[in-house]
Write a protein that binds this ligand. Structure first.
Ligand code: IMP
Length: 199
């Protein structure tokens, strides 16, 4: 039985990524949970040195919960390309470099895939809810699709313009936020989190 979050409790969002914060706030809004970001509290960003999404999500959530004394929620996510053996994966943010240049990161994906006919790609999101006493709950969501080139749409963030989810024609970058939220890796992980941990 998962540990539950009490209604009215304030959750620290252990992310400094504005695109993710926007999506997580929208996903939490209907559940009556107050949110404050780690950035607004001045919490430092811990080093994400785990080899997988769930490990990095735990590092971020535990660091924020311990430093703030409140329950904290983190999202570690990334874009995985079959022709690249799952890369950029946990290095998705790093492929954009210190200036967070995702146009360059998408170009790098395109160049490295080259003319490989395998166009399969997927997003993964690991959510971790951590409490100051060290207890954690972790949930993973995934959405499969294909690579698009050139990039299309400016509604999302990160690698959204080069990803077309299965059974769709638009890229995540072209979709309205609600359409993306209905199927995304983050929404799928959220559905599990809500079912298990929200009263
Ligand atoms: P991290 O979890 O903060 O290490 O970074 C994850 C990176 O994966 C983000 O900076 C994005 O580049 C990428 N990413 C994760 N989720 C999404 C998404 O929903 N759309 C586009 N890119 C994403």
């Amino acid at each position: 039985m998962a540990r539950r979050l009490r209604r009215g409790e304030t959750l620290v969002l252990a992310s400094h990524n504005p695109g993710k914060l926007r999506e997580i706030e929208a996903l939490l809004r209907p559940h009556g949970i107050g949110v404050v970001s780690a950035g607004a509290l001045g919490l430092p960003e811990p080093e994400e040195n785990a080899p997988d999404f769930t490990g990095n999500a735990r590092i971020k959530a535990l660091a924020a919960a311990t430093a703030s004394g409140k329950a904290a929620l983190s999202d570690d996510s990334g874009f995985c390309v079959a022709a690249l053996g799952g890369a950029p994966g946990v290095l998705s943010a790093r492929w954009a470099g210190p200036s967070k240049d995702f146009a360059a990161a998408m170009r790098l994906v395109h160049e490295r895939v080259g003319d490989n006919p395998d166009r399969r790609a997927w997003f993964i999101a690991a959510l971790c809810l951590a409490w100051p006493d060290g207890h954690t709950e972790t949930f993973v969501g995934r959405i499969d699709g294909t690579l698009a080139w050139p990039p299309r749409g400016d509604k999302g963030f990160g690698y959204d313009p080069i990803f077309v989810p299965a059974q769709a024609a638009e890229t995540f970058g072209e979709m309205e936020p609600d359409t993306k939220h209905a199927v995304s890796h983050r929404a799928r992980a959220f559905a599990q989190l809500i079912a298990a941990c929200f009263a």
